[in-house]
Design a protein around this ligand. Structure first.
Ligand SMILES: CC(C)(COP(=O)(O)OP(=O)(O)OC[C@H]1O[C@@H](n2cnc3c(N)ncnc32)[C@H](O)[C@@H]1OP(=O)(O)O)[C@@H](O)C(=O)NCCC(=O)NCCS
Length: 148
């Protein structure tokens, strides 16, 4: 990443525009509202090239469905624009998320990972758990976790 690239917190409204463009084009941005989006300790991280938003990731305090770790956080809406993929922006977004979670006493991060992104999450230290499952209309996913 060059000096013109930055990672910083953004608003829920900003994050929804890229969620729509990159992850959920079948829904308008105003409807892509996740549980926890407006919680005071939620982080919406944005990657910028100059003033252009090129990547997003959001983390909120949300226990895993099995309830094993109360200090667990959930990652949602992880994406970078196609023209910058492979350049380290996804990693940089997640590292800001890891720092934010640790600063709030979190010990585990989990997500429903699209199968096409498994290799990315593995590079960042996530481990897949349990069976593959389908989220309609997106496709196959695994639960992945990362200790912090
Ligand atoms: C998955 C995604 C966020 C990765 O973002 P990115 O900006 O390309 O990630 P980075 O460049 O920081 O990659 C970090 C590392 O993961 C690797 N990587 C990235 N995507 C990968 C993939 N799909 N499979 C295997 N490895 C991958 C990179 O090569 C890099 O490896 P390195 O540690 O050797 O340098 C991006 O490809 C994307 O937006 N995909 C479409 C949306 C999506 O599926 N999001 C996930 C929803 S669960």
């Amino acid at each position: 990443m060059s000096a013109s690239h930055t990672i910083r917190p953004i608003t829920p409204a900003q994050v929804r525009l890229l969620r729509h463009a990159l992850l959920r084009s079948f829904e308008p941005p105003s409807r892509i509202v996740y549980h926890g989006d407006d919680a005071p300790n939620t982080l919406h991280a944005g990657a910028f090239e100059g003033e252009c938003l090129i990547g997003i990731a959001s983390v909120c305090h949300e226990p895993m469905p099995d309830g094993r770790e109360p200090a667990s956080w959930r990652l949602r809406g992880m994406a970078t624009v196609p023209s910058v993929r492979g350049a380290g922006h996804g990693r940089a977004l997640l590292e800001l998320c890891f720092d934010h979670i640790r600063a709030h006493g979190g010990r585990l991060l989990w997500c429903n990972a699209r199968v096409v992104a498994l290799g990315f999450y593995e590079r960042l230290g996530f481990v897949a758990e349990g069976p593959e499952f389908d989220i309609d209309p997106i496709g196959p996913h695994y639960v992945m976790t990362r200790q912090l």
